[in-house]
Design a protein around this ligand. Structure first.
Ligand code: ADP
Ligand code: MG
Ligand code: ZN
Length: 651
């Protein structure tokens, strides 16, 4: 219990910035214990109130009531008249008391027999005057007198000389710390990891708050299940994955998904950003990784989420100036991931939007063996996301979120959230209490303008080209004997580069391919560009990847598979170069003449041209169908395999 409480206070540097008002305390920094703002304010007010009350009490009750302040001359009179029988000489005052010491004792014991019992408590005070004759007067009158030692108000002294300076110091300290951001704290505890422990349900996000990324969601639902019911998987002998890597463009909801996992999982959840590991001191990051995993193992079953993994996971030795610190951190991460068994009940979740720069070692089995694509949402996904974000926005009946979704192709979840907010702001600016459809239209325009500047959106014309391109692929695939059936056609930009894609799934696993099948593959690859040319009369760069693949197949047919007419059954490529596990690296040595090379080049050109002409001819004959498919794609963005089939059989 106690342990848990402490850990709650370890604060992630990033989070601290976000949740500005929640600087927590670190268990290794006891001085911060009183700095928790809530507790802090609380206690200081209590303290001040107590102080004031004590002072009031002090003056009310500890000061005798019946003191009369009088002039010095009057004071002397009282001495002469016998009203004062004892004098206390303070630093700044004289205090006249009506009884001598002896008499006071008698009064206390009830033996007093003197006069004026009614005035026994009457005291006189006067400002001290340096009167040379005063002591003489006292002696003459037989008055007792004594000097009072300087006042010794110990507790007030204590407060002024210790407590207040300490409080002051602490406040200044806190201020400086805030000013320096985390720097101050970091120096205090730089070996400590900054993973934030998010208790279950703590994030306030659940899977319901995430839409449009159903595959990723399904994967993560399973991860949560792994941890909640491990016996289910162990009983059947299954191995639980150690790491799941969420890959996707910025703003598609990777962090959100991880938060949802935290919200759903009934297990401990650590969250840390890759950047938190990277420090100016070499070795700190590695220490943090070690510490994080140690904590995770203690808290198992649990999930560790490393956001922005690329900050530490960059390929080693890629950059010119190698960063020792980062490499050490990455190595430590790899070591730790190898070092635990998923049966320990720890699953590592990570997110990145730059998978291409990650060190390949991270992807090896036993590390992030599952990679989940968190991609930009399609039409339906966008509508669902808009619905989520519009939930708390008051909207006019005119608003059609479907239409908004239609107008926002290629937008990420974050962009859509932004649109809803923009629309609401525009409505407020227009002095309305409800958001209307034209607010959304204007919001889309504004956001599009911003995104276009950032080069993240394709325009309508390009989108049309992509649609016809994909339609070409799909149509050729559908009518090519032996080609894998079309599973899905999409013009939702995928990942970071592809603008659209057509997925063909093989019906069975293949180890051999016939010459015809290889040619069919080339046809399908060429179908995209051919269709572009057919409809627009020009070709685009969008087919670059297709034609390089087609060329590669054609080359292999000639050089490796012996499928050319001149070099039938002869391999033209030798693999005598350096090899690694019998795969040639660096291409190998050419073992044929210059003229043969020329022949190969010509043969490839001839072959590809022939196939291209054939495909073009075919598409020409199917022009209306191609148009129909492309238009449907523009409308719906995605055509599933079965719908595609239905379109083909339609007349
Ligand atoms: P990433 O980590 O992938 O860059 P975030 O998870 O930080 O993206 O997303 C930023 C914000 O955008 C989220 O807080 C959420 O409001 C919104 N958002 C992004 N994707 C989705 C989604 N799939 N469903 C709902 N909201 C989303
Ligand atoms: Mg993120
Ligand atoms: Zn293509």
């Amino acid at each position: 219990m106690e342990e848990e409480k402490k850990d709650d206070n370890i604060v992630n540097a990033k989070n601290k910035k976000k949740e500005k008002e929640k600087p927590g305390l670190n268990k290794h920094e006891p001085i911060f214990g009183i700095l928790d703002p809530k507790k802090f304010n609380f206690s200081i007010w209590y303290f001040l109130a107590t102080l004031v009350i004590l002072m009031v009490f002090n003056s009310l009750f500890f000061q005798p009531k019946s003191i009369v302040t009088i002039d010095f001359s009057e004071f002397k009179e009282k001495i002469k008249s016998g009203d004062i029988r004892r004098v206390e000489m303070g630093e700044r005052h004289f205090l006249g008391l009506p009884l001598t010491k002896e008499e006071t004792k008698q009064v206390n014991s009830g033996e007093y027999t003197g006069q004026k019992p009614g005035d026994l408590s009457q005291r006189y005070r006067t400002v001290r005057v340096d009167d040379a004759g005063f002591v003489k007067l006292l002696d003459e009158q037989g008055i007792e007198y004594y000097a009072k030692p300087p006042e010794n108000k110990t507790w007030i002294n204590l407060i002024f000389s210790w407590v207040i300076p300490i409080i002051f110091f602490v406040i200044v300290w806190r201020f400086i710390n805030k000013r320096m951001g985390m720097a101050g704290q970091r120096v205090m505890s730089f070996g400590e990891n900054r993973a934030k422990l998010v208790a279950e349900g703590d994030t306030g996000v659940t899977f319901k708050d995430v839409a449009g990324v159903d595959e990723a969601k399904a994967e993560l639902v399973e991860v949560v299940d792994f941890l909640q019911n491990p016996q289910k998987y162990h009983a059947i002998g299954g191995k639980i994955p150690k790491g799941v890597l969420l890959i996707g463009p910025p703003g598609t909801g990777k962090t959100l998904l991880a938060k949802a996992v935290a919200g759903e999982a009934k297990v401990t959840f650590f969250r840390i950003s890759g950047a938190d590991f990277v420090e100016m001191f070499v070795g700190v990051g590695a220490a943090r990784v070690r510490d994080l995993f140690k904590q995770a193992r203690e808290k198992a079953p649990c999930i560790v989420f490393i956001d922005e993994l690329d900050a530490i996971g960059k390929g080693r030795g890629v950059s010119i100036s190698s960063n020792d610190e980062r490499e050490q951190t990455l190595n430590q991460l790899l070591v730790e991931m190898d070092g635990f068994d998923s049966r320990d009940g720890v699953i590592i979740l990570a997110a990145t939007n730059r998978p291409e720069i990650l060190d390949p070692a991270l992807m090896r089995p036993g590390r992030f063996d599952r990679q989940v694509l968190v991609d930009r949402p399609d039409l339906h996904g966008r509508e669902a996301i808009l619905k989520i974000h519009a939930k708390d926005v008051k909207m006019d009946k005119s608003v059609d979120l479907k239409k908004v979704a239609r107008g926002t192709p290629g937008f990420s979840g974050a962009d859509l959230a932004n649109i809803v907010n923009e629309a609401a702001l525009l409505a407020v600016r227009a002095g309305r209490t409800l958001v209307e459809q034209n607010d959304f239209d204007n919001a889309i325009e504004r956001v599009i303008a911003g995104l276009e500047k950032k080069n993240r959106l394709i325009n309508e014309k390009e989108r049309k080209i992509v649609a016809y391109h994909e339609a070409g692929h799909a149509l050729v695939a559908a009518f090519t004997e032996g080609a894998d059936p079309v599973h899905k056609i999409s013009i939702v930009p995928r990942g970071l580069s592809a603008l659209g894609y057509t997925i063909q799934l093989p019906t069975e696993e293949r180890f051999l391919m016939t010459e015809d099948e290889l040619l069919g593959k080339i046809d399908v690859l060429l179908g995209g560009r051919a269709c572009e040319q057919l409809f627009f009369g020009k070709i685009s760069t969008g087919a670059a990847n297709d034609i390089s693949q087609a060329t590669e197949i054609a080359r292999k047919m000639i050089t490796d598979y012996g499928m050319s007419s001149k070099f039938e059954n002869i391999v033209l490529n030798s693999h005598k170069g350096p090899t690694f596990l019998s795969t040639p690296i660096g291409g190998g040595q050419r073992e044929y003449s210059e003229s043969t090379q020329q022949y190969i080049d010509e043969e490839i050109t001839r072959m590809v041209k022939k196939r291209y002409d054939k495909v073009s001819e075919f598409l020409e004959s199917k022009k209306p169908l191609a148009k129909k498919i492309a238009e449907k794609l523009l409308e719906e963005e995605i055509i599933e395999g079965k719908d595609f089939k239905a379109m083909l059989s339609e007349k």
